[in-house]
Design a protein around this ligand. Structure first.
Ligand code: SF4
Length: 340
């Protein structure tokens, strides 16, 4: 009885704290004419308070489209950096500057540069999950939603370097029949999905449509009916009349999927250790409503990039935007190392 009332009291405090944060965010957004962009992997309460929710390509594009000069990006830092690189005149905030990504930390600038210098004739396609410095020494950036289109636009006679996600790269290489030299990086969340346990789950639910993100290992992807970006997976759940889906990507995506298909059963694909809760991205989940309130109130932490580096990084992002919008681009003949 005591436990029950204690837990109700703490739940009441939590929900009234949340209501208070939501009210403050709405007030600050209005006062400062700020826009909140959030990634699909954020907690549902953050997605709900955002003006626009989407995948990394959508967020980069939205950053260019919105008129507001103050953008808070609730996602991980490389996403906010991409918005800043494309919109130097806008102030870009994040709830937590520590929100990194295993793909970014697994591709340090010096090593990526040495890799590029070892293959100067190649075109380097780099996943948006990379630092501004790595973008600055890449020829073109890709996201999981436009990667196939971008790699297909690379002249057939040019060798391709693809990094830092080897699983996305391998999936693209097989899909497009284009050999690529891969950087050996991986997303620490998506590699945890377990093929053996997934096979057992599919046996229990033979009527389920299996959908997976290309950052998963190929042993997992071989079971998927649909492989695609978070937007593509959302679209599949929305449009496919099936009543059951097994989903191999980060848990935050369930929030929008449930909204779009309240009638469908959504089952998380299993990881090796069923008790770890490790299909939550620890970096995305560093963001909280409280941190959003603080960041909007103080206009800190702000993402800043030295102008020389920003201009160099913009070249590869601009090429991504152009190819995605069906425009022709020029490719450099050889890689020449810039001075950052
Ligand atoms: S889910 Fe993986 S790729 Fe995405 S931010 Fe987290 S660690 Fe990086």
């Amino acid at each position: 009885m005591i436990f029950k009332s204690l837990s109700s009291a703490s739940e009441f405090a939590k929900s009234s704290g949340m209501l208070n944060s939501l009210a403050q965010i709405q007030r600050l957004k209005k006062e400062k004419n700020a826009v909140i962009l959030a990634h699909f992997y954020e907690d549902g309460d953050i997605q709900d308070v955002a003006d626009h929710v989407g995948d990394s390509y959508f967020l980069a594009k939205k950053g260019q489209e919105v008129e507001s000069q103050l953008i808070l990006l609730a996602g991980v830092v490389f996403m906010a950096e991409s918005v800043k690189i494309l919109n130097p005149q806008k102030k870009v905030l994040v709830p937590d500057l520590g929100a990194g990504c295993s793909l970014v930390s697994g591709a340090p600038y010096e090593k990526y540069l040495a890799w590029r210098l070892a293959h100067p004739e190649a075109i380097c396609a780099t996943y948006i999950n990379s630092s501004a410095e790595v973008k600055a020494i890449s020829d073109v950036i890709v996201t999981s939603s436009n990667a196939a289109k971008i790699v297909a636009a690379i002249p057939k006679d040019r060798p391709i370097l693809f990094g830092p996600d080897q699983h996305l790269g391998r999936w693209l290489s097989q899909k497009l029949q284009r050999p690529m030299t891969m950087w050996p990086g991986a997303c620490e969340v998506h590699v945890l999905f377990d093929a053996k346990r997934l096979a057992a789950l599919i046996e229990l639910h033979p009527d389920a449509v299996v959908i997976a993100h290309p950052e998963c290992d190929q042993l997992v992807l071989q079971f998927a009916h649909v492989v695609g970006s978070t937007s593509r997976l959302l679209e599949e759940v929305e449009k496919n009349p099936a009543k059951k889906f097994i989903v191999a990507t980060e848990t935050g995506i369930f929030h929008q999927m449930k909204k779009n298909r309240p009638d469908a059963e959504l089952i998380q694909a299993p990881v090796e250790d069923g008790t770890c809760g490790c299909n939550n991205c620890p970096y995305m989940k560093m963001n909280t409503l409280d941190k959003v309130v603080k960041a909007l109130g103080s206009e800190k932490p702000e993402v800043t990039i030295p102008e020389k580096l920003r201009k160099l990084a913009q070249v590869s992002l601009d090429r991504m935007m152009a190819i995605t919008n069906d425009q022709k681009v020029e490719w450099p003949e050889r890689f020449i190392s810039p001075t950052l």
